[in-house]
Ligand binder design. Structure first.
Ligand code: PLP
Length: 416
């Protein structure tokens, strides 16, 4: 970073400059300023990402990896440069440990259908947690129904934190996999993922981390976490939808069979047999999201350019401010008050249905998510069918929190 930032006591985001990078934030919604509080579902995109994707189509588009001509080489280089960017973003050892795919969901499914199908059987167990997104539950249930292993669930306490004693009790020699989120999308809990991975490893279990919500907020270091797999989605990291990555430890990926067959992933095909490429290409059958993946690299560069410490400080400030302001509303109940928490606030407002809250806020130009957030077991844990969720990102401000507060006051007046 430059001298100016070095002189500051703590890293800070220049939020006004960041906001200027996001064209959509200039949009008016029902004639009002857009207050976008749904980045946990999908974040908005900066001009740098939009430009990167447009640049591919305007200047360097061709199919990759198999063309001998200039454009194909150039697109291949840009695609592989995104792989190196992603490797650095996750601090993986080697670029071959980065598999590009559609996102976190596809990453979990790949691990389930390739590693899981080969390594899990009747008598084995896997451990998930209560606060998983459906995409880290359903792929395992589909496999469990075919293979007959057991799914164990680490519970959470009333704050929404993983009950580590209970988690420890679930671990025994039958556990072959622990698949747990780094940050819960529904209530914002940041899990003690290093400790979770360490305990799993002591039992010899393979560890998969769902990083879909952590990647936009936290510095990720897969080596420090000690996990075997880590998945995230580009669209939550200010990048395009339909582009994401799976990190897999090299030796494991090498030993795993392909999960989808097709072009790109083979070295030789005859009707008798096919031979497969080395990783990561073995897992990248068919033409990938070329422009989207290159733009994903631009998104990760954008985040890294801002600096994780500055992002964290900004989002902590927003979270503290939001918790204080929303705390002024007596009938508002926050679900998920973990000590380690991302800037995601899930709540109920008296007995007003979350969909009504969301609809009234929408007329004020405020976009929040309402529903079960693809985390129905979490909702069950707190005995709720749904919550309102406000999630914050790099472009949000205290003014956005104030707008949410005013919108909620208005909602209460309407329902009084
Ligand atoms: N895991 C978590 C924690 C999420 O929040 C999400 C999306 O909301 C996913 C996984 C699935 O991500 P995607 O739909 O991008 O595959």
């Amino acid at each position: 970073m430059n001298m100016a930032t070095e002189r500051k006591p703590a890293p800070m985001l220049d939020v006004e400059r960041i906001r200027a990078d996001f064209p959509i934030l200039g949009e008016q919604i029902y004639g009002k300023r857009l207050v976008f509080l749904d980045s946990a579902a999908s974040a908005q995109k900066p001009r740098q990402v939009i430009d990167a994707e447009r640049m591919v189509y305007e200047r360097e588009y061709a199919n990759i990896h198999r063309g001998v001509y200039y454009l194909s080489q150039r697109a291949t280089d840009a695609f592989e440069a995104a792989r190196e960017t992603t490797r650095a973003f996750l601090n993986a050892r080697e670029t071959r440990e980065i598999v590009f795919l559609r996102g976190a969901t596809e990453g979990v499914n790949l691990v389930a259908q390739s590693w899981g199908l080969d390594n899990l059987k009747v008598g084995d167990a896997i451990v998930l947690s209560t606060i998983e997104h459906h995409s880290n539950i359903v792929p395992w249930q589909l496999l469990r129904d075919r293979l007959g292993f057991e799914i164990r669930v680490a519970p959470v306490d009333d704050e929404g934190q993983i009950d580590m004693a209970a988690y420890r009790d679930l671990l025994d020699e039958r556990v072959k996999l622990v698949a747990i989120t780094h940050c819960a999308n529904s209530i914002g809990t940041i899990t003690p993922i290093r400790e979770i991975a360490r305990l799993a490893k002591e039992q010899g279990a393979v560890v998969l981390v769902d990083g879909a919500q952590a990647a936009p907020h936290l510095r990720i270091d897969v080596q420090e976490i000690g996990c075997d797999f880590y998945v995230f989605s580009g669209h939550k990291t200010y990048g395009p939808s339909g582009a994401g990555a799976l990190y897999g430890r090299g030796e494991l990926l090498d030993a795993m069979p392909p999960w989808q067959g097709g072009g790109e992933m083979i070295t030789r095909v005859s009707f008798e047999e096919s031979r497969f490429h080395e990783v990561p290409h073995k897992f990248e059958a068919g033409t990938p999201n070329i422009a989207g993946t290159i733009a994903l690299g631009a998104a990760l560069d954008y985040i890294s350019g801002l600096g994780h410490e500055a992002i964290l400080a900004h989002e902590h400030d927003l979270l503290d401010y939001a918790m204080a302001r929303l705390g002024e509303i007596n009938s508002l109940r926050v679900i998920g008050t973990a000590r380690e928490k991302a800037a995601i606030v899930s709540f109920t407002l008296g007995d007003i249905h979350p969909h009504d809250v969301g609809t009234i806020l929408d007329r004020e130009g405020i976009a929040v998510r309402v529903g079960h957030h693809c985390a129905q077991p979490t909702m069950d844990r707190f005995d709720l069918p749904a919550t309102v969720r406000a999630s914050f990102g790099i472009y949000n401000t205290r003014e956005d929190v104030d707008a949410l507060y005013d919108g909620l006051r208005k909602t209460l007046e309407i329902f009084a």
